[in-house]
Design a protein around this ligand. Structure first.
Ligand SMILES: NC(=O)c1ccc[n+]([C@@H]2O[C@H](COP(=O)([O-])OP(=O)(O)OC[C@H]3O[C@@H](n4cnc5c(N)ncnc54)[C@H](OP(=O)(O)O)[C@@H]3O)[C@@H](O)[C@H]2O)c1
Length: 310
C-alpha cells in the first residue's frame, strides 16, 4: 500500500512511518522542518508540506496518488487558539479538501482525547459530548467536526483519539521529566490512589495499522489507551524506577489544597488529583485492538531510549 503521512517528522507520525516502511508499505513522509526531513532515509520519500498551504499538500497527492492518507500533523504545544485553529482546523480542512480533489478515499485522522476530557464521567467513553479544557482541545474538537463533515462528502475517515502518548523519542514531556527528576523528588499528593491511563505509541501505531484492513475503523470515533489503569502512586513509582531517580514522596492531604492554588505548578499538580481513565471497549470490539505493550514496560523502554536518538 502507498501511504502519505502528515506529521511524519513528529513523534506519532514518525513511529507510524517506520512501522509501515518496515512492513513493506511505500511511505511518503510529510513534514515541515527541513532538518528533520533531511534526517529521514531517502526511501521514506520525505516531502515538505505546510498545513496552512493547501497547494503543498495537493502537489503531493496529485503526484503520488496514495491509497491512504494518515493525517498526524498538528500544532500541539501552543496556547494561542488563533494559531491552533490555523494549523489544526484549517490545516485539516486543507488535507481533506486535497483528498477529495485527487480521489483519495481513505484517511486516518489522529485526533485526541482532549476533545472530551472536560466531561466528568469516569471512565470517559467515545460517545460523550465535545468538552475541551484548553485551546488545544478546542482546536482538535473543531477539527474532528470538520472530519465528520467530510465523511458526509464521501471520504472514509477513521477518527482516533489517543490519550497521553508515551514512548521512544517522546518529545513533549519525557525530557522535562528526566531533567526535573535529576534535581527533585516527585511528589504524590495525598494517597495517590486516583487512577490514570496512558497509551504506548506502539499501541497507537497498532491501531493505526489495524485501520488499513478494518472497514469498521471508518465509522465512529475510537479512544485509544493501554489496558492498565494505574494509580498515581503506581505510575510515579514505575517512572522513578525506570529513570533511576529517588522514590516519590507523599505530600499530606492538608498541604495539597494550598499547593494546587499556586500558579502554573498548582494547575499541573491538580492534573494528578483526578481519575483520568478511558473506555477502550469499542475499539476492542470493533477493531480487535489488543493493547500489546503494558504501561510500565513501555515507560521503561521510553526512558532507556532517551538521548540515544534513532
Ligand atoms: N503526543 C500525545 O500525547 C498525543 C496525544 C493525543 C493526540 N495526539 C495527536 O497526535 C498527533 C501527533 O502528535 P505528536 O505528539 O506526534 O506531535 P509532534 O511530535 O509535535 O509532531 C507534530 C508534527 O506535525 C508537524 N507540523 C506541525 N505544524 C505543522 C504545519 N503547520 N504544517 C505541517 N506540518 C506541521 C510537525 O512537523 P515538524 O516537526 O517538521 O515541524 C511534526 O511532524 C497530533 O495530531 C496530536 O494532536 C498526540
Amino acid at each position: 500500500m502507498k501511504i502519505f503521512i502528515t506529521g511524519a517528522t513528529g513523534f506519532i507520525g514518525g513511529h507510524f512511518a517506520r512501522r509501515m516502511a518496515g512492513n513493506g508499505h511505500e511511505v511518503i513522509c510529510g513534514g515541515r522542518s527541513p532538518a528533520k526531513l533531511n534526517s529521514l532515509p531517502k526511501e521514506y520519500n520525505p516531502v515538505r508540506i505546510y498545513l496552512e498551504h493547501k497547494e503543498t499538500i495537493s502537489r503531493v497527492l496529485k503526484k503520488e496518488h496514495p491509497d491512504i492518507v494518515c493525517h498526524a500533523a498538528a500544532l500541539v504545544e501552543s496556547n494561542s487558539l488563533e494559531n491552533l485553529r490555523r494549523v489544526n482546523v484549517d490545516g485539516t480542512k486543507n488535507v481533506l479538501d486535497a483528498c477529495l480533489a485527487f480521489g483519495i478515499k481513505k484517511v486516518i485522522y489522529v485526533s485526541s482525547v482532549a476533545v472530551i476530557s472536560g466531561n466528568k464521567e469516569v471512565p470517559l467513553t467515545d460517545d460523550l459530548p465535545y468538552k475541551a479544557t484548553n485551546a488545544y482541545g478546542q482546536s482538535k474538537a473543531e477539527a474532528e467536526k470538520v472530519a465528520i463533515a467530510y465523511r458526509k462528502k464521501g471520504l472514509k475517515i477513521a477518527i482516533l483519539r489517543p490519550c497521553i502518548v508515551y514512548g521512544e523519542d517522546e518529545p513533549h514531556a519525557l525530557h522535562i521529566l528526566i531533567k526535573w527528576l535529576k534535581q527533585r523528588t516527585l511528589p504524590i499528593f495525598g494517597e495517590g490512589d486516583n487512577k490514570l491511563q496512558l497509551v504506548s505509541v506502539e499501541n497507537v501505531v497498532d491501531v493505526m495499522a489495524l485501520c488499513l484492513s478494518r472497514e469498521e475503523a471508518y465509522e465512529g470515533t475510537y479512544l485509544i489507551a493501554d489496558k492498565e489503569m494505574l494509580s498515581v502512586k503506581e505510575l510515579f513509582y514505575c517512572i522513578t524506577r525506570a529513570i533511576g531517580a529517588k522514590s516519590p514522596i507523599h505530600v499530606p492531604r492538608i498541604f495539597v489544597e494550598l499547593f494546587v492554588k499556586l500558579p502554573v505548578i498548582g494547575r499541573r499538580a491538580s492534573f494528578f488529583l483526578k481519575d483520568r481513565t478511558y473506555s477502550i471497549g469499542r475499539i476492542k470490539e470493533k477493531l480487535g485492538y489488543v493493547p500489546r505493550v503494558s504501561t510500565c514496560d513501555g515507560i521503561k523502554k521510553a526512558v532507556l531510549s532517551y538521548g540515544k536518538g534513532r
